[in-house]
Design a protein around this ligand. Structure first.
Ligand code: OGA
Ligand code: NI
Length: 371
C-alpha cells in the first residue's frame, strides 16, 4: 500500500467516525463501547477533576438552600422571601419543595422522555436540525456545529411558549402520550414559574406593590424545554455532560433524577448539587441578572457524567417574550445604582451563540457596561 492510500483510508475512517458522533451518544453506546472515543476527551484543564488534583479539599457536595413553595402563601411569606433573596444573591440557585406539581405529572413526563430516548435512532433523527431557530430540535453535545470536543449528552429541545397549542403539532408523535404528558408538564412548569417570578419581583422591589404590566408580559413569555439524556460513560473523568455555561433566560426549572451530575461554580470551586427528592432545582438566568442590575447572579454550572448510571434531566427555561428587550428594572436603577448592563434580546443572544463557542459565561460579559 502506498503512503497516499493510507492517508485516504484514514480520511475515510475519520469521516465515518464524524458521522457516527453526529448521531449522538445514545447511538454510540447502543453499539457497545468500553473506551471513550477521542472526540469526547477534554484537554486536561477542562476535565471535571482538574480542580480536584490541584486543590485536594474539593469537590464538595452542596445542599442548596431549600425554599418551601407552599409557605409563600401563608403567614411566613416575608420570611420565605428573605430566604429567596439570600439564595439568589449568594448561590444563584435554590431547590423548591411542595411546589404543587403532582407526582403523576412528573412521573408521566419522566416516562415519555425515557421512552423517547429509547426509540430507534431513525425515529429520533427525524427531529434533528442544525437550525438554532427550529422549534423542535434533537441533537447531541452542547453546540454540535461548533464544539471541537463533544459533550456526553443528547438532547431534545422544544419551544413551548408562546402558543403552546400551535407548537404542539410539531412535537414528536412517538412515543404515544408524549405530546399529552410533555404539554401538561410545560403548562404546569409555566404556572410555577409565574408564581416564582411574582415572588422574585417582590423580593427585588422590597414592597408588595404588583407591577401588573410586567406580570402580564411574563404571562405571554417564552418557554423552552430541554430534555437532557446522559448515558453511562466508560471514562467519566475525561469528559463532561455539559460544559460550564449559564442559562440565557430569567429562571430555569430543572427536574433531575436522584443521580448526582449537576455542579455549580460556588466560591471558585465546582460543587456537586445533592439531589433532593420531589424538588426542582431553580436557577437564575442571564436575563434575571440583567433585570436585577446584577443583584441576583446567573451562575456557571456544568454536568459531570457517571460510569454506573445513566441520568436524565428536564430543564424549562422561562423568560419574557422572545421579542422583548431585557434591561435593568427601572425601579432598581438610580444615581447610586447606575445601570450595569446594556439592553439585550433573544435575537442578540442567538447571534452571539451561533458566532462563537459558548464555552464560558461570555454572553453576559458581552452585555456588561464597564464604567
Ligand atoms: C441545562 C442544564 C443541568 C442538568 O439544561 O441548561 O444546565 O443537570 N442542565 O442537566
Ligand atoms: Ni444550564
Amino acid at each position: 500500500m502506498t503512503p497516499g492510500m493510507a492517508v485516504e483510508n484514514d480520511n475515510t475512517v475519520m469521516a465515518l467516525e464524524a458521522q457516527m458522533y453526529q448521531k449522538g451518544v445514545k447511538h454510540l453506546c447502543d453499539n457497545g463501547l468500553n473506551k471513550l472515543p477521542s472526540k469526547y476527551v477534554l484537554p486536561n484543564s477542562d476535565r471535571p477533576d482538574a480542580y480536584k488534583s490541584a486543590h485536594l479539599d474539593v469537590p464538595v457536595a452542596l445542599e442548596l438552600p431549600v425554599i418551601d413553595f407552599s409557605q409563600l402563601y401563608g403567614p411566613n411569606r416575608r420570611y420565605v422571601l428573605r430566604s429567596l433573596t439570600k439564595a439568589c444573591e449568594e448561590y444563584g440557585f435554590f431547590q423548591i419543595i411542595n411546589h404543587g406539581i403532582s407526582n403523576d405529572v412528573i412521573s408521566n413526563m419522566r416516562e415519555v422522555c425515557s421512552k423517547f430516548f429509547e426509540l430507534p435512532y431513525e425515529e429520533r433523527a427525524k427531529y434533528m436540525s442544525s437550525d438554532m431557530h427550529a422549534t423542535v430540535r434533537y441533537g447531541t453535545s452542547f453546540n454540535q456545529n461548533k464544539d471541537n470536543v463533544y459533550c456526553w449528552r443528547d438532547f431534545l429541545k422544544l419551544t413551548c411558549n408562546p402558543n403552546l397549542h400551535e407548537l404542539l403539532s410539531g412535537w414528536p408523535s412517538s412515543p404515544s402520550g408524549f405530546k399529552d404528558s410533555a404539554s401538561t408538564y410545560a403548562e404546569e412548569t409555566q404556572g410555577l414559574f409565574l408564581s416564582l417570578v411574582e415572588a422574585i419581583l417582590e423580593s427585588l422591589a422590597g414592597d408588595m406593590e404588583k407591577d401588573e404590566n410586567l406580570l402580564n408580559e411574563f404571562e405571554r413569555g417564552s418557554q423552552l424545554m430541554v430534555v437532557n439524556c446522559y448515558p453511562q460513560c466508560p471514562e467519566p473523568e475525561l469528559t463532561l455532560g455539559m460544559p460550564p455555561h449559564s442559562d440565557y433566560g430569567f429562571l430555569t426549572l430543572l427536574l433531575q433524577d436522584q443521580v448526582e451530575g449537576l455542579q455549580i461554580h460556588y466560591q471558585q470551586k465546582w460543587v456537586t448539587v445533592q439531589p433532593l427528592p420531589n424538588s426542582f432545582v431553580v436557577n437564575i438566568g442571564d436575563h434575571l441578572e440583567i433585570f436585577s442590575n446584577g443583584r441576583y447572579k446567573s451562575v456557571l454550572h456544568r454536568v459531570v457524567v457517571n460510569a454506573k448510571k445513566a441520568r436524565m434531566s428536564v430543564a424549562t427555561l422561562h423568560s419574557l417574550p422572545f421579542d422583548s428587550t431585557i434591561k435593568p428594572w427601572p425601579k432598581l436603577v438610580n444615581e447610586q445604582n447606575p445601570r450595569l448592563y446594556k439592553d439585550t434580546d433573544f435575537g442578540i443572544f442567538l447571534d452571539y451563540i451561533t458566532s462563537c463557542e459558548p464555552k464560558r459565561k461570555n454572553f453576559l460579559d458581552s452585555r456588561k457596561i464597564i464604567y
